[in-house]
Structure formats: structure tokens, C-alpha cells
Design a binder for this molecule. Structure first.
Ligand code: HEM
Length: 396
């Protein structure tokens, strides 16, 4: 097939959404960098190779600040530059350091028993029902409860939060999506104000202290951007790891049996799930600050570049037989958490959630099985996130 057949990714439809890997493999066989377009984002460069992708993510000539984009039009909006994914040093360094202070290994590790309890409660519900959509009944509620606990969002508000989140990411209903995002922001602003009045042990309270005490104070807008980012970055991503990971195991019974027989394989199995079916398909856009060459391809100043992490993690020059799911392979070096200064800040938490969730689910449900033909499963239509709509299972 000619490369042009792939240049409009939106036109590839649900078949590409459900299984993008053959398209990425075909593109990769022709070169590391390609000009593509989508209905939502216009034209941009797509990097599909591990080495070039990794280099691009640590290249200071590629900016995360949309004001470097040739398409940037200043509409007077003031929301830019308030969250760390959209900023460059030194602003990025400052924002990241402030949150990293509250995101300590100790605070993460302290969550382990809570994650186990949340997983246990969800599995109780699954066992009672015998049959469920694992996305709705396990994969989504677990990370939501964890992130809400970490941030200090009261348990009673989580259901509302979940509904807002789903509506705010529904691109088929832009008005409702905007209203839900607005409601979420309003709620967070009130919550932050409450934490400043009466701080607790949670991360929002720690950040709220940084608003008042640190030399490098967080402005109220930055604080809001941070809370919003943490919630969004830590929710659907981790949910996708759980549902895609369970699917990979159920579709590879030999691997599942090996894991059940030897739990010391668990941490590496999580790495392999991240490599094989990573929750983030494509990074946020980078914008060329100057004319440059990427993997031999000239990229003009102001052009947008996205690295396909899902393609980099299946690059045969980095991983032998990349389409084979193998929980014993050396999966480290995958790019599922990105690379460079924007590398995922929540990776230790995501790994902990994965390990605890998979072990709890598999130990307590020895007869867990798919309740549908795998060919009938569909994936959410997003170039950025890769996750299943539903995962029907029987539980026993
Ligand atoms: C399996 C689950 C997760 C995956 C696969 C994942 C993946 C990623 C990736 C690929 C990036 C970099 C994006 C880019 O360079 O454009 C990123 C950034 C980030 N992630 Fe995660 N993430 C996960 C879970 C989490 C969790 C649980 C949290 C926090 C609660 C989190 C917080 C963040 C933050 C704050 C950033 C921005 C870092 C920066 O710009 O410096 N992530 N994540």
C-alpha cells in the first residue's frame, strides 16, 4: 500500500483504532518520521521508531509550549502555560519540582494497603455479580478511587467526578463536554479553597501549602491546572493499563498460567503490558522552535510533532518479535511512560496500582474468563489514549 494511503489517519476509521499496529509497522518499514493529518489536529509529523522517538522526547529544540506552533493564534485566553505538560523549562522545572515534593515515594508506598483494600472491595462486587464489564466495574473505579484519595477528593464526590470525566472526554457532545469540564474545574477550585482553610494529609493540601508558603509560590491558576492535570493524567491511563493488561493475559492463557504459578513475574508482566499495549498511544504535541532534522526528515520551525509510543514500544530493532506478548522478556526500555523531562511523574503509582490490582483480581478470581469473542471488542477512538470501551468477563 502506498504511504499516502495512511496520511489521513482519521480516514482509516475504526479498523485502525482497534488495531493500529499494522499501520505503524508499515510506516516504520518506510522510515521513522511521516507527515500525516487528522480531522481534529490538521497536519503534523508522526514518529514511529524507538530511537528517533526517544531522541525527539529529549530534544530541547522541540517545545511543549503551543505558542511555538505555527498555528497558534493568541485569542487572549489565559489558560496556557498553567499545566506542566504544556510548558518548557524553566516554568516546567518549577511546576514539576513543586508537585514532585508532594508526590514522594513514601506517600505513594503508603497507598499500597489502600489500593489493596479498594481492589478487594471491587472484586467483592465482581464475585457477587458473576459477570461484569471489567472496564466499568474494576478498571475505571480503582484508579479513580486512588487518585481521589491521593488528592483528597471526598469519597462521596467520586461518582460525580467519574460522570464529569466521561462527559468531558466525549468529543461527540462538545457542549456537554465543555460544561462538564467547567463543572470539574469549579469543584476543584472550591476544594482547593477548602484545603487552604483546613489542610489534611493529602497531596492537594500539600500543594495548597506551597501556594502560601513557598518562595516559588503556585499561583491559583497554576494550582488549579495542576489538580486538573493530576486527576486527568492519572485516571484513564491507569484504567487502560488494567483493562488492556487483563485482556492480554486472557488472550494468552500460557502467560496467564505462568504468572499465576510464579508471582515473582508480576512486576515484569506489568512492564510487558505497558510495552505491548501501552495506555498512551501518542504523546502530546511538540513544536519545532527552529528548522531541524528528525530521523533524516526536515521539520520546519512551528511544525507539530507527535511520538507514537505504542509504535516505539513495538519497534523490532528494539524488541525482538515485538508483537509477541511475553511476560518474561526484558520489557524495560519501552516508552509507555514517555521519556525526557516530561516523563510520567506518576509512573511509580501506576506500577503499584497495576501490580496490586492484577494480583488481587487474579488470585481471587481463579476462573476469570472473557465473556465475548475478542474480535467483538472495540477501542476508544483517540490517537492519544489507547483503551477498551468494554471488557465483558465472567468471574469465578
Ligand atoms: C499506566 C498509567 C500511566 C501511563 C501509561 C502514563 C503515561 C504518561 C506519559 C506517556 C507521559 C508523557 C506525555 C508526553 O511526554 O507528552 C505522562 C506524563 C505525566 N503523567 Fe502519566 N501515565 C500514567 C499514570 C499516571 C498517574 C497515575 C499519574 C499521577 C497521578 C500521572 C501523572 C503524570 C503527569 C503529572 C505527567 C506530566 C509530566 C510532565 O509534563 O513533566 N500519570 N504520563
Amino acid at each position: 500500500m502506498p504511504v499516502e494511503a495512511f496520511d489521513d489517519l482519521s480516514a482509516l476509521g475504526q479498523e485502525f483504532v482497534d488495531d493500529p499496529y499494522p499501520v505503524y509497522a508499515e510506516l516504520r518499514s518506510r522510515g521513522p518520521v511521516h507527515r500525516v493529518r487528522t480531522a481534529a489536529s490538521g497536519e503534523f509529523w508522526l514518529v514511529v521508531d524507538h530511537e528517533v522517538g526517544r531522541a525527539a522526547l529529549s530534544d530541547p529544540r522541540l517545545s511543549n509550549d503551543i505558542r511555538q506552533s505555527a498555528d497558534w493564534a493568541d485569542d487572549g485566553g489565559n489558560s496556557i502555560g498553567l499545566n506542566m505538560v504544556q510548558t518548557d523549562p524553566p516554568q516546567h522545572t518549577r511546576l514539576r519540582q513543586l508537585v514532585a515534593k508532594g508526590f514522594t515515594a513514601r506517600r505513594i508506598e503508603a497507598l499500597r494497603p489502600r489500593v489493596r483494600k479498594i481492589a478487594d472491595e471491587l472484586v467483592d462486587g465482581l464475585l457477587e455479580r458473576g459477570q461484569a464489564d471489567l472496564v466499568e466495574a474494576f478498571a475505571l473505579p480503582l484508579p479513580l478511587a486512588v487518585i481521589c484519595e491521593l488528592l483528597g477528593v471526598p469519597a462521596a464526590d467520586r461518582k460525580t467526578f467519574h460522570d464529569w470525566y466521561l462527559t468531558s472526554t466525549d468529543f461527540t457532545r462538545p457542549e456537554a463536554a465543555g460544561a462538564a469540564a467547567g463543572a470539574m474545574t469549579g469543584y476543584l477550585a472550591e476544594l482547593i479553597a477548602a484545603k487552604r482553610e483546613e489542610p489534611g494529609e493529602d497531596l492537594l493540601s500539600a500543594l495548597a501549602r506551597a501556594m502560601d508558603e513557598d518562595e516559588d509560590r503556585l499561583s491559583p491558576e497554576e494550582m488549579l491546572g495542576m489538580a486538573f492535570l493530576l486527576l486527568v493524567a492519572g485516571y484513564e491511563t491507569a484504567a487502560n493499563l488494567l483493562s488492556s493488561g487483563v485482556l492480554a493475559l486472557l488472550r494468552h492463557p500460557g502467560q496467564l498460567a505462568a504468572l499465576r504459578a510464579d508471582w515473582s513475574l508480576l512486576d515484569n508482566a506489568v512492564e510487558e503490558m505497558l510495552r505491548y499495549e501501552g495506555p498512551v498511544e501518542t504523546t502530546a504535541f511538540r513544536y519545532a522552535k527552529e528548522n531541524l532534522t528528525l530521523g533524516g526528515t526536515p521539520v520546519a520551525r512551528g511544525d507539530s510533532v507527535a511520538v507514537v509510543l505504542a509504535a516505539a514500544s513495538r519497534d523490532p530493532r528494539r524488541f525482538a518479535e515485538p508483537d509477541r506478548f511475553d511476560i518474561r522478556r526484558a520489557a524495560g526500555g519501552h516508552l509507555a511512560f514517555g521519556h525526557g523531562i516530561h516523563r510520567c511523574l506518576g509512573a511509580p503509582l501506576a506500577r503499584l496500582e497495576g501490580a496490586v490490582a492484577f494480583r488481587t483480581l487474579l488470585e481471587r478470581c481463579p476462573d476469570l474468563a472473557l465473556d465475548t469473542d475478542p474480535a467483538a471488542l472495540t477501542w476508544r477512538p483517540s490517537l492519544m489514549l489507547r483503551g477498551l470501551h468494554q471488557l465483558p468477563v465472567t468471574v469465578g
